[in-house]
Design a protein around this ligand. Structure first.
Ligand SMILES: Nc1nc2c(ncn2[C@@H]2O[C@H](COP(=O)(O)OP(=O)(O)OP(=O)(O)O)[C@@H](O)[C@H]2O)c(=O)[nH]1
Length: 325
């Protein structure tokens, strides 16, 4: 079973860490040069930027929280740019371009546009007062073009990312969560249960003699039965239960907050429902289920293995029944 380990960092963590780390390293030489030149106002600003960016790097590295950190980093970039331009003059406007790009890495596309507009409104009075009109307009137009290109790219990337998330976590046949989504949910659930001492129970169920159904009616009829079975079961579930396709004709119900007795009652009611529902004419479709309540400090694999052992018992007991572990 492939389970995400807590050591794996998300893309957003890498982005915030890279931007905060690279910004701190890029500004550090300017702090040294300005200190040596005795330009104390701007040297203190550079030192403030280096310390703030390093703190954000350290915070994300330790806590792995990126939302607030990214937001603060975006504010810092805009503020440091504004103060630098105010102190050192219009030549510093070149930094507006990397700041604009950074905003789209750190924030959602619409928030990044908003930050860019605020930045432009803050900078514009100085630019129009201190530079020729043509230079000021060139800056406004070229930086706005940079913002628009970034917006189009970032929006498209985000939409594709959301689509990929759905595709990578759902089963194409039945539309429920696939094995990857199940692994992630089990890992999250065990972490939560160990932290909060909650209860949760797995119901692993499997269609009985499905090979015979496939052989008698064809694979496409078998597919339809899997789809109908999922639809039949899903409408019986409350929000605390999540259904995943474990593989083939095997499904997993993750019942958060349900103990062994409650989950066994649910499994039994589903078994009876499937038995009494005609999913295909001339065949009596049934399911067998294995039920296991979470034991403290178990790994997802150990928990699932106990449910699997109980399912094995149900199959050995003649099928069309539920067993607990
Ligand atoms: N139609 C269809 N069949 C599938 C799919 N995935 C797995 N199967 C079939 O499910 C059957 C599983 O067979 P077995 O593992 O022998 O299990 P079974 O026949 O249900 O027997 P028991 O589980 O022991 O009751 C195989 O024939 C697979 O081809 C699928 O997506 N669609």
């Amino acid at each position: 079973m492939t389970i995400l380990t807590s050591a794996q960092r998300t893309t957003q963590e890498y982005i915030v860490l890279s931007l905060a780390g690279a910004s701190a390293l890029c500004i550090l030489p300017f702090f040294i040069m300005r200190s040596l030149a005795g330009e104390w106002a701007i040297a203190i600003l550079d030192l403030f930027a280096v310390c703030s960016m390093s703190s954000i790097y350290w915070y994300v590295f330790r806590t792995r929280e990126t939302k607030m950190a990214g937001f603060i980093l975006a504010i810092l970039c805009v503020v440091v740019l504004f103060v630098t331009v105010s102190l050192k003059g219009m030549a510093q406007l070149v930094w507006a371009y990397p700041v604009t790009v950074a905003l789209f890495f750190l924030l959602s596309p619409y928030k990044a546009v908003l930050f860019y507009l605020v930045m432009l409104v803050c900078l514009s009075p100085g630019i129009f007062a201190k530079t020729p009109l043509i230079t000021a307009l060139s800056f406004v137009i070229s930086s706005t073009a940079t913002m628009v290109f970034n917006f189009v790219f970032a929006k498209r990337m985000r939409d594709q990312q959301a689509q990929l998330m759905v595709l990578s976590s759902s089963d194409p046949l039945t539309g429920i969560g696939n094995r990857r989504a199940m692994d992630d949910a089990l890992l999250d659930e065990t972490v939560r249960l160990n932290a909060m001492h909650g209860i949760s129970t797995l119901v692993l169920f499997d269609l009985d003699h499905f090979k015979v159904i496939n052989d008698n009616h064809g694979h496409s009829e078998g597919d339809k039965i899997l789809i109908q079975l999922v639809q039949l079961i899903q409408v019986q579930l409350d929000k605390s239960c999540r259904l995943f396709r474990y593989g083939g004709e095997e499904f997993l119900l993750l019942c958060s907050g349900k103990n062994l007795t409650e989950a066994s009652e649910l499994a039994e009611s589903l078994r009876v429902l499937v038995q009494n529902t005609s999913l295909i004419s001339e065949e009596n479709i049934t399911i067998s289920a294995g039920i296991a309540e979470y034991s403290a400090n178990e790994t997802p694999e150990q928990w699932l293995e106990r449910a699997d052992n109980a399912l094995y018992e149900a199959k050995n007991a003649g099928r069309n029944c539920c067993k607990q572990h």
